[in-house]
Every structure is written in C-alpha cells, then in structure tokens.
Design a protein around this ligand. Structure first.
Ligand code: ZN
Ligand code: ZN
Length: 112
C-alpha cells in the first residue's frame, strides 16, 4: 500500500464529532465514529474536510483489521486501525458486504 493510504489522521487532543450520525466521542485518540464508522477527510496536505464513508475492512494480519474510508467529496482512500470500542455489528456488516452482494449468481458455486 502507498503512503497516502496509511496516513495517521489521529488527533489525540480533540474530541471527534461524527460528520454522519453526530456522535461525539471524547477521551483518547480517535479518528472515526465508533457507531457508524464514518470519519472526516483531514489530510494536512489537502484541507478537504468532507465526510468520509467506510468502504471496506482490510486485513493486515491475524486480528489486525483496518477500516478503508473513501472521501465523499474527492474520493481519496485512506485506512485506519479499527478500535476496541467500534460498533462490532457495523464492522461485521462492512466485512461481509462483498459476500452478501456477489457479482455472480451464488448458484454457480455448486458447480465449481
Ligand atoms: Zn457516526
Ligand atoms: Zn476529500
């Protein structure tokens, strides 16, 4: 993965106010919403500021999940580690989305 995908957007000094659902999280570093997993595009080199929607979960190693976000304004992709207090159902829904919406009929699997 290139550097721009692993930019650390964590700012431990400020609370995180979700641009999507309005959840406000204080206390400790946090770069995305624990409820709906959205974040805000905060790249020092690109003051975009638009909401970023969770796109997928990437696995970097056993038990090492990262959230992939896509900016709703400029389509930039970023990634950030999931946190212990992230909404687990929301994470799982994101992780199984490709399996729930395959680009081919599931009946084909019986013939492989
Ligand atoms: Zn939210
Ligand atoms: Zn952006």
């Amino acid at each position: 993965m290139s550097d721009h995908l692993t930019t650390d957007r964590t700012d431990p000094t400020t609370a995180f106010d979700c641009p999507s659902c309005g959840t406000s999280s204080a206390g400790g570093p946090r770069d995305h919403c624990p409820q709906c997993l959205h974040t805000r595009h905060r790249d020092p080199a690109d003051p975009c500021g638009a909401p970023m929607a969770p796109l997928a979960v990437a696995v970097h190693g056993p038990g090492d999940w990262r959230l992939i976000h896509r900016c709703t304004a400029c389509a930039t992709l970023t990634s950030a580690p999931v946190r212990a207090d992230d909404h687990q159902v929301a994470l799982m829904a994101l992780a199984v989305r490709p399996l729930a919406q395959p680009p081919f009929p599931l009946g084909l699997l019986g013939r492989i």
